[in-house]
Design a protein around this ligand. Structure first.
Ligand SMILES: [Zn+2]
Ligand SMILES: [Zn+2]
Length: 249
């Protein structure tokens, strides 16, 4: 399993990165987490003729805005967009012709599915658990090619974040807040809280993602955050756009 971070900012793009998107290439499938503006770079990577599955954590714009670039990609074996209950309704207006290219005008088939409806039919094992945020949000745990990846973003500290990351080969954890900052109006994580989750889950590796574009403006600030995370979990690193991980057994 090859995991590439295409977008590691939260909220908005800056010189340090794009908004969230993670590309996972497995032997037989392409799996994508979220469609922030990092999604616009996916055609620079080896998106092959494999069937593609895109899992949405929630519907905040920083996780959807990259859908605007669907037309520059060619998922020739089809793209399935999978989200929480209500995903079809949530994306209905988004894909309206007034705002972007419509799905039926794309050169490849795209379909939209609720996670609970499609989970049993997916060709790989993936779990979703609710996290805590300003509204509903899902975290994911993917098992493929003998490796386990957890994708946990837009959440405060909670038991489900730990459950998703349990013994994972890699957990991607959000880091919207600087160390010691609890001033957020919406639940998010500080680097130490992210480190605590990785430690309590007994994860093997952890990378911080979803650095708030306003609070984290430099790579030096990201590295400082990783140092705080390492007080809890020694293997924590600061994610960057373009960073890649090979997980194998
Ligand atoms: Zn976000
Ligand atoms: Zn959010």
């Amino acid at each position: 399993m090859q995991v590439t971070l295409l977008g590691t900012n939260g909220w908005f793009d800056t010189a340090t990165g794009n908004t969230p998107c993670v590309l996972v290439e497995t032997k037989d499938w392409t799996v994508i987490f979220d469609a922030g503006y990092g999604f616009a770079k996916i055609d620079q990577y080896a998106v092959s003729e494999k069937p593609a599955y895109l899992f949405l954590s929630h519907f905040h714009y920083d996780h959807l805005i990259g859908f605007h670039t669907l037309a520059k990609n060619n998922f020739s074996a089809g793209l399935k967009i999978i989200g929480m209950s209500g995903v079809r309704q949530a994306l209905k207006d988004y894909f309206d012709g007034r705002f972007t290219i419509t799905l039926d005008a794309l050169s490849y088939p795209v379909s939209i599915h609720e996670f609970d409806e499609i989970q049993a039919d997916l060709p790989f094992k993936i779990e979703a658990l609710p996290l805590i945020h300003s509204g509903p949000v899902l975290g994911f745990r993917l098992q493929a090619d003998g490796a386990t990846l957890a994708y946990v973003t837009d959440t405060g500290y909670c038991a489900n974040a730990i459950n998703l990351a349990r013994n994972a080969d890699l957990v991607l954890l959000e880091c919207s807040l600087p160390n010691g900052d609890s001033s957020t109006e919406w639940p998010h994580l500080t680097p130490r809280q992210a480190g605590k989750i990785a430690r309590e889950a007994n994860a093997k590796q952890m990378a911080l993602i979803h650095f708030d574009g306003w609070r984290y403006q430099t790579f030096a600030q990201r590295e400082e955050a990783a140092q705080f995370a390492r007080l809890e979990f020694p293997h924590a690193i600061a994610g960057r756009d373009g960073m890649s991980f090979t997980l194998d057994k």
